[in-house]
Design a protein around this ligand. Structure first.
Ligand code: ADP
Ligand code: ZN
Ligand code: ZN
Length: 735
């Protein structure tokens, strides 16, 4: 047995491993993550390193491989845990150990830490004065310094220099004499400003209290598990999280609070500061590497109890983790787009199991996966059915755009929506208009009857490709383009086009004098672009906020009483088995923005397919109804969570190389000959060429997740050092 070992966990050194032989005597103690002593270099100086992989394959001449000396007796557990976690990520999501380590261990930035110096007397006041009196040479500045310090416990070096003008040499000299002491403290970049902290405690209502009490009851009995809070928008889930975290922190443990980056606003975070003060910290993608590394160190040194951040906050090295909370657990942002493409929910549950912690998931629209697990009793389900601040749920109406067309209205605003917009402008209330557009909408639908072109095998919308053909990107089924609707014969069958910019223009044309703010990729690209638009709108400097799904998250605008979804179909027919789920989630979350405070809210959902189950359920704001339909679709088609699904992305800059490797991948997967695996492809995805890289995708389904990870392992072995995969990259994406 051989061990691949890293000797330095600073970021730059992560890809440098050294191979050692594991002596028989140590076999039982060596595992991934374990800290060992090894002879290093020519002189065989003993240094420490971490085992990151075990293998039976020698990387070079066996004779020359040295033995591991010993296992380090008092080991740094935090680092070992991180390496073990990296190994788990690699096993479950693919990629190299290196990529996994880089996911888990933050970048150490080689900059000098800012230091804050303090100065204080090292002897009693009397002794210091005595020293000055007996000095051979009189020094007024030394006298002045001692006078200054006599009145204080300690002084800030910068302040002292400013106030007294005493020179560094005077200070140095007294330090050398042992009269004063200089203390340097590392100054962490603490993102919390202390003067903003103030205690403000809302007490739990009955619904909330029942949940928190039950959780605490479990916790105190030593029960650790996963909970799902299904609470309607505005039901006060955050207050529940805060109280649960407080309980865990009181027991000397730490908590991770995951929030999607887009909802990580000052208002949200402040609620945690109000309760936990300096013991809470945040992570976000706008922080510098150094700032993030500081939070990592602060956690390692036990200086914080709670960390709030996006999915990477999961890897905060707490010594005694008690709870991980995932707010808006259905959010796609919890899945990493980079290799290893891990899901924060699954990873959190794994981390919690290894550290004896609990996990609390929360959402108004839980992911189908989580609800499925809650129904099976794997997670404990909590429900919040009422809005906490007393507001009632908004009225939701669906407008059939086919009818509008029949009535001769070809505007993007239905008559009903137009009427309500005028009404709100008159009342000086605010409006949010929402285009639930996701990426590239390539589906083809009929504007007369709502018919959508779908794959007969996969029940997924066909995607229109540049060559005019309609393609199923799960199985490769193709058909020619259509001129007339196959169902009603109408000529109005085409791709769906509309952007936020067009909506803004139409608004200004239809409602002269209307004040519009627009939030999309273009208007939020600047550093605080997003925050700026939000605060402009909150200050009522606009009547309407137009945007994509960006605008539905985590903002409380008390004056918004009308939410319009312009074309619900846009997210419904993306070629993805989760399209129905995404649509339902987006519609419910969008509706949740209306009438958050005392004013009553209205929601208008415009659609060409008012009978679609996601839209019907969203109109009724009925999660159960949606879930029942959705889970039967997943069962019927064998999509997650009923079965598991692995996407193998094969890509290359060279189209010829890609063809060859895809042919080989086809043969390789045919050879697998495993009745428990369902394999299709490789097929051409929606976007075949992106940034000069061509991609094809192989889909593999199995009832058992481990079978998929095995298949992934087999592919990794097959591809490694295989000439057919030269300049070809193979990446994995589970479920
Ligand atoms: P959710 O995350 O479930 O959508 P929030 O946690 O944002 O809901 O709470 C919605 C609003 O209700 C917030 O303004 C919050 O301050 C308020 N709120 C929550 N719980 C209570 C409570 N027990 N009493 C009064 N107001 C509450
Ligand atoms: Zn039609
Ligand atoms: Zn298909």
């Amino acid at each position: 047995m051989y061990a691949n070992i890293i000797v330095d966990i600073s970021h730059e050194q992560l890809d440098k491993t050294f191979q050692y032989h594991v002596p028989d005597a140590l076999l039982s103690q060596i595992d991934t993550g374990v800290m060992v002593n090894i002879p290093f270099g020519r002189g065989n100086r003993i240094i420490t390193g971490y085992v990151i992989e075990l293998t039976s394959k020698a990387e070079f001449d066996e004779e020359r491989i040295k033995d591991i000396d010993s296992v380090v007796p008092n080991r740094v557990k935090a680092v070992e845990d991180m390496i073990k976690l990296a190994a788990w990520l690699k096993h479950n999501y693919g990629g190299t150990m290196n990529q996994a380590l880089k996911t888990v261990i933050p970048v150490k930035e080689k900059i000098r830490q800012k230091e804050k110096k303090h100065i204080k007397l090292n002897v009693t006041k009397e002794e210091a004065k005595e020293f000055i009196k007996n000095a051979k040479r009189k020094s007024p500045s030394k006298e002045k310094l001692i006078e200054y310090l006599s009145d204080r416990e300690e002084a800030d070096m910068d302040v002292l220099k400013n106030e007294t003008g005493i020179s560094p040499s005077t200070i140095k000299s007294l330090e050398n004499d042992g009269i004063i002491q200089i203390i340097s403290r590392q100054l962490y970049r603490n993102p919390v400003k202390e003067d903003e902290i103030q205690e403000d405690k809302i007490s739990l209502n009955n619904e909330q209290k029942n949940i928190v009490d039950d959780f605490i009851g479990d916790y105190d009995r030593g029960i650790r598990k996963t909970y799902l809070i299904h609470g309607v928008t505005g039901s006060g889930k955050t207050l529940c999280y805060i109280n649960m975290i407080e309980h865990v922190v009181r027991q000397g443990k730490q908590a991770v609070m995951l929030i999607p980056e887009i909802a990580l606003t000052f208002q949200t975070v402040k609620r945690f500061y109000d309760r936990f003060g300096e013991r809470v910290s945040i992570l976000n993608s706008r922080m510098s590497k150094g700032e993030r590394y500081d939070q990592f160190l602060r956690a390692m040194r036990g200086e914080i109890d709670v960390i709030i951040g996006p999915r990477s906050a999961l890897f905060t090295p707490f010594s005694n983790l008690g709870l991980i909370v995932i707010d808006e657990e259905h959010e796609m942002a919890y899945k990493s787009e980079q290799t290893p493409s891990y899901h924060a929910r699954q990873t959190a549950i794994h981390i919690a199991e290894t550290k004896n912690a609990s996990v609390v998931l929360g959402s108004a629209t839980p992911s189908v996966e989580s609800y499925y697990n809650a129904k099976k009793g794997i997670y404990k389900l909590y429900e919040l059915k009422n809005r906490a601040a007393g507001a009632d749920m908004p009225d939701v109406a669906v407008v059939d755009l086919r009818e509008e067309l029949k009535q001769g209205n070809r505007s993007i605003f239905s008559r009903k929506l137009k009427e309500l917009i005028e009404d709100r402008i008159r009342k000086k209330q605010q409006i949010m208009l929402f285009l639930n557009k996701r990426g590239y909408a390539g589906f083809i639908s009929c504007r007369s009857c709502g018919y959508v072109m779908k794959c007969p095998h996969c029940d997924i919308s066909l995607t229109s490709h540049n060559n005019g053909r309609l393609v199923c990107h799960y199985c490769g089924y193709q058909t020619g383009s259509v001129k007339l609707c196959p169902k009603c014969g109408s000529r109005y069958i085409s791709g769906f086009k509309a952007g936020t910019q067009q909506v803004e223009e139409m608004l200004k044309k239809t409602f002269p004098g209307i004040r519009v703010l627009r939030m999309d990729m273009d208007t939020t690209s600047g550093k605080d672009g997003h925050e700026k638009i939000i605060s402009e709108f909150a200050a009522h400097n606009a009547d309407v906020l137009v945007g994509t799904q960006m605008i539905v998250k985590g903002h409380d605008f008390p004056d918004v009483t009308l939410v319009g979804v312009l074309a619900a179909d846009m997210s419904l027919y993306t070629s993805d088995f989760r399209a129905g789920e995404r649509t339902f989630q987006l519609l419910v979350q969008a509706a949740g923005r209306a009438g958050r405070k005392n004013l009553h809210g209205d929601v208008i959902i415009q659609t060409y397919t008012p009978d679609n189950y996601s839209i019907v359920a969203a109109q009724k704001q009925d999660y159960e109804m949606f879930y029942d339909d959705e889970i039967s679709f997943r069962k019927l088609m064998g999509y997650p969570p009923v079965m598991h699904m692995l996407e193998v992305k094969i890509s290359s800059k060279n189209e010829g190389n890609l063809e060859k490797s895809c042919d080989d991948m086809k043969k390789f997967s045919d050879m697998a000959d495993d009745k428990k695996l369902f394999i299709t492809g490789p097929v051409v995805p929606q976007v075949y060429k992106l940034n000069d890289i061509y991609t094809q995708v192989l889909y593999v389904k199995a009832a058992d997740y481990e079978r998929l990870t095995q298949f992934k392992d087999n592919i990794e072995v097959h591809v490694k050092d295989n000439i057919l995969y030269k300049n070809v990259s193979v990446q994995f994406n589970f479920d």
